[in-house]
Design a protein around this ligand. Structure first.
Ligand code: PEP
Ligand code: MG
Length: 602
């Protein structure tokens, strides 16, 4: 039994057979075969070994001619592994002794080699460890090639499952998780990734238990091994013993039997406990149009963030204008005429659908590269197609449009100019649309936060994207578990930026009030606004709108209904005067314990 701790990103307990995906998405399934099929498996194995060795030989010759023998030798090492009689004999032995399928025997034998190499690397120090790591990579690559040969190069590992599994992977792209659903995937666990990675966000939205950022573990597990995932605690248990299995079966049953704890608050107002209660408006974040209904189920007042780039899930080409239009119209129709729906324009690139045409592949620093609105402004057809659909769909409800990743005012002005151009095009073509659509910008780059007073004059609302604001402020990749200790919503630098933005928004509110104009609004739509711990702080900083994964809304409402604004303001003042993230976090924990004395606060 092996016990691993990672970051909890989507709660729930799952117990089931593992499906190990390597980075190329090769499926490794545990399978035994009837005794009469053993010879066939040996023949399949021989064929796959020969085919793969021939390919490695071919690559070696090609690369040696083009790039010299040093690089050609990488393939020579793989070729010799594939031609190694000991390797072949060991795999054959597992097939004969245990009736394993060729795929499973390959996976088992290679992963045993890998495990031994890793152990010897750890025992014998840095120099050996580096060499061991190199050999491990070669072995994993050989395994992947062999499995691809045996399986006929499957493309979609989750589409042909006959039983539901726990998916284990180094990392998953959002498009991988798109095929996941309770029918085929019970949970997933990744070696890398952080709590605000898009994969994690999607897991929360699909309500599949998930743990990310566990560090290396794939060499300790084979497809078919039983695993337990505790998505609430961030735990993975490989090959559990009977007592552990029974304990988690029981915990799982208990959780399933428990109704949503705060379901009863669904139709209660989201107001503070002040003598004159202050309303805090709660909205839902969605990735897929189907989730609009989740917002209503959880009592949201509207959609605060629709991440439209998820229209690219499972698509090899750009969505058409009609596809955009249909998705937006469906969300607006579900929400009805009076609930706002904030549609964010495409935030492609970095870790989201970075392979779409128009994106630059192989950028060294994709999070600082041609991402989001920068990409759209270089691909005007793509951008205009979406804007046309947005303006047309706006006829069906209270649609608001929002631009992501704005880093200076010129970018924002370019986006607005383009929006106006699209309106003129639609007008000229006689296509019905809504002209008066509120326009907002995300504040998720420190430069935008610092210039919030200037940006505020140009838009109707702000939405603070704390996921990116934190990573860009602290120079800590939101998906990298090695810097997860730096990526901290309570870092005083982050708090000061949020404070700056809210102050700029409040000043703009005052200015507009004087002129009798529509009030300026400011919202937070990063994962921070879905965490009870941060709610008093955000309210105290002056926020009156929050947008979070629908599942989180009842819990947030519960905290709001225990708050008094004056106390929350004191919390924010004290937090702003602190020097470190850990001081702020423990202060917030103490405060939450005080206002929710009957609940466990961790
Ligand atoms: C954010 O950055 O906080 C945000 C809401 O946008 P995304 O997570 O989609 O980058
Ligand atoms: Mg963002």
């Amino acid at each position: 039994m092996e016990y691993r701790q990672g970051t909890a990103v989507s709660p729930g307990i799952a117990i089931g057979p593992a499906l190990v995906l390597d980075t190329e998405g090769v499926l490794i399934s545990r399978r035994t075969v009837p005794p009469e099929q053993v010879d066939t498996e040996i023949v399949r194995l021989g064929r796959a070994l020969d085919e793969t060795a021939a390919a490695a030989r071919n690559d070696r010759e090609r690369i040696t001619v083009r790039l010299g023998p040093a690089l050609g030798n990488i393939y020579a090492a793989q070729q010799s592994m594939l031609e190694d009689r000991v390797v072949r004999m060991q795999i054959e032995a597992r097939i004969r002794a245990e009736n394993f399928s060729a795929e499973y025997a390959v996976s088992r034998v290679i992963r045993d080699f890998v495990k031994r190499l890793e152990d010897s690397g750890q025992r014998l120090g840095d120099h050996v460890a580096a060499e061991a790591r190199r050999r491990v990579t070669e072995f994993i690559d050989v395994e992947r090639q062999l499995l691809a040969a045996l399986l006929g190069h499957p493309t979609n590992p989750c589409s042909n499952l006959t039983e539901s599994v726990v998916v284990l992977a180094n990392d998953l792209m959002p498009s991988d998780t798109a095929d996941f659903g309770p029918r085929n995937v019970r949970a997933f666990v990744t070696e890398s990734g952080g709590p605000t990675s898009h994969t994690a966000i999607l897991a929360g939205a699909l309500e599949i238990p998930a743990v990310v950022g566990i560090g290396r573990f794939l060499s300790d597990v084979s497809g078919g091994d039983t695993v337990i995932v505790d998505g609430g605690e961030g735990v993975l248990i490989i090959d559990p013993d009977e007592a552990t299995l029974a304990r988690y079966e029981e915990k799982r049953a208990r959780l399933l039997a428990r109704p949503d704890r705060y379901e009863h608050l669904r139709d209660k107002p989201s107001v503070t406990r002040d003598d004159v209660p202050v309303p805090i408006r709660l909205f839902g974040n969605i990735e897929l149009s189907q989730e609009a209904a989740h917002c209503l189920d959880r009592g949201a007042e509207g959609v605060g963030l629709y991440r439209t780039e998820f229209l690219y899930l499972n698509k090899s080409s750009h969505p058409t204008e009609e596809e955009h239009y249909a998705a937006y119209s469906s969300v607006l129709t579900t929400l009805g005429p009076d609930r706002p729906v904030v549609i964010r324009t495409l935030d492609l690139g970095a870790d989201k659908f970075s392979s779409v045409s128009g994106a630059v592949s192989g950028e060294k620093n994709p999070f600082l590269g041609l991402r989001s609105v920068r990409l759209c402004l270089r691909n005007l057809d793509l951008f205009k197609t979406q804007l046309r659909a947005i303006l047309r769909a706006a006829q069906h409800g209270d649609l608001r449009v929002m631009f992501p990743m704005i880093s200076n005012i010129e970018e924002l002005r370019q986006c607005k100019t383009l929006l106006n151009e699209v309106k003129e095009d639609l007008e000229y073509a006689g296509i019905p649309f809504k002209r008066e659509v509120a326009v907002g910008t995300m504040i998720e780059v420190p430069s935008a936060a610092l210039m919030a007073d200037v940006l505020a004059r140009e838009v109707d609302f702000f939405s603070i994207g704390t996921n990116d604001l934190i990573q860009y402020t602290l120079a800590a990749d939101r998906n990298n578990e090695h810097v997860a200790n730096l990526y901290n919503p309570t870092d005083p630098a982050v708090l000061r930026l949020i404070h700056t933005v809210v102050q700029a928004a409040q000043k703009e509110q005052g200015r507009r009030q004087e002129h009798g104009r529509r009030p300026f609004e400011v919202n937070v739509c990063g994962e921070m606004s879905g965490e009870p711990l941060y709610i008093p702080l955000l309210v105290g900083l002056g926020l009156r709108q929050l947008s979070a994964t629908p599942r989180k809304i009842p819990e947030i409402k519960r905290v709001i209904r225990e708050l008094r604004v004056a106390e929350a303001e004191e919390v924010a003042r004290n937090a702003l005067s602190m020097e470190t993230a850990s001081q702020v976090s423990s202060y917030l924990r103490d405060h939450l314990r005080k206002i929710l004395p009957s609940e466990a606060v961790d």
